[in-house]
Design a protein around this ligand. Structure first.
Ligand SMILES: [Zn+2]
Length: 272
């Protein structure tokens, strides 16, 4: 780059004089910087950047429910959503990465349907068992991202302040989202943008103090509670759908062995 500039400088100085050269160099630098920023923003916009927090959230929520191997499968499926370069990482609906909330909710509903469908043979077929757990992991990732990628926590903090005469007191008293209201929401108040991502304790928004905690910690705690709620809801649906066999199915999902799927991001979602 330096050689190029020296060359340009020599040519321009000879032909147009120093002022024009200075302007040209400024223009080149400006173009280079703009194009660099554009690429960074582009790369960011195309890829989920959800950090390593999902594994920990899922573990905290479900370690007492699943055996280690099956929990590991759920955690790996959850993490596969943000594998760099994957199609999953670039789909904003999987990460509450934009304000098209109905699309994210539809994605979660689809994962739930797939879990229920594959659970039909989860007690007898180890591959279907793995598939059901895989889709549980996908569902959980999206549900967990809601709290760290939208301003739900910030709005919750405001509500707590109003309730407590200006102070938050216990930030962990925040309620989980009512998904049914979210799907009908036509509101400008609930937003999602990269500037407010808080899935990392060192992120600018994650570090902000929120009562007796930080936005990162509150979002994480809500995500743990949400993960437990999602599993409870899946359990209830399996009981509803499979009635007499439900207990055998649920026991198998929690404890029976599954084949090890090496490349989970390639685990066929559509053909299974
Ligand atoms: Zn994500």
């Amino acid at each position: 780059m330096q050689i190029l500039f020296m060359h340009v400088r020599f040519e321009m100085k000879t032909v147009y004089g120093f002022d024009n050269l200075s302007k040209l160099v400024q223009a080149i630098v400006l173009i280079a910087v703009s194009s660099c920023s554009f690429n960074l923003v582009g790369a960011y916009a195309d890829q989920a950047d959800c950090g390593q927090i999902h594994e920990q959230i899922t573990h905290d929520a479900l370690a007492a429910t699943f055996n280690a191997a099956n929990l590991n499968l759920v955690e790996r499926a959850c993490d596969s959503q943000s594998k760099p370069g994957s199609e999953a990482a670039s789909e904003t609906r999987r990460h509450f990465g934009d304000e098209n909330f109905p699309k994210a909710l539809a994605y979660m509903d689809r994962q739930k349907r797939l879990i229920i469908d594959f659970s039909a043979a989860a007690d007898t077929n180890p591959l279907d068992r793995a598939r059901a757990l895989y889709h549980l992991g996908l569902l959980l990732h999206t549900a967990q991202d809601f709290y760290s990628h939208t301003n739900y926590v910030e709005l919750g903090a405001e509500r707590l302040k109003e309730k407590n005469g200006g102070s938050i007191k216990d930030a962990y008293a925040m309620d989980l989202v009512d998904w049914t209201k979210l799907s009908a929401a036509r509101t400008n108040t609930l937003q999602s943008s990269r500037e407010i991502y808080k899935d990392d304790p060192t992120a600018a928004q994650g570090k902000i103090i929120c009562g007796n905690s930080t936005y990162f910690k509150v979002a994480k705690e809500l995500a743990v509670k949400e993960t437990i709620r999602q599993w409870n809801s899946v359990e209830a649906l399996i009981k509803l759908r499979h009635a007499a066999r439900a207990n055998a199915i649920l026991s198998a999902m929690k404890e029976a062995s599954c084949p090890y799927i090496k490349d989970l991001d390639k685990f066929p979602e559509e053909e299974i």
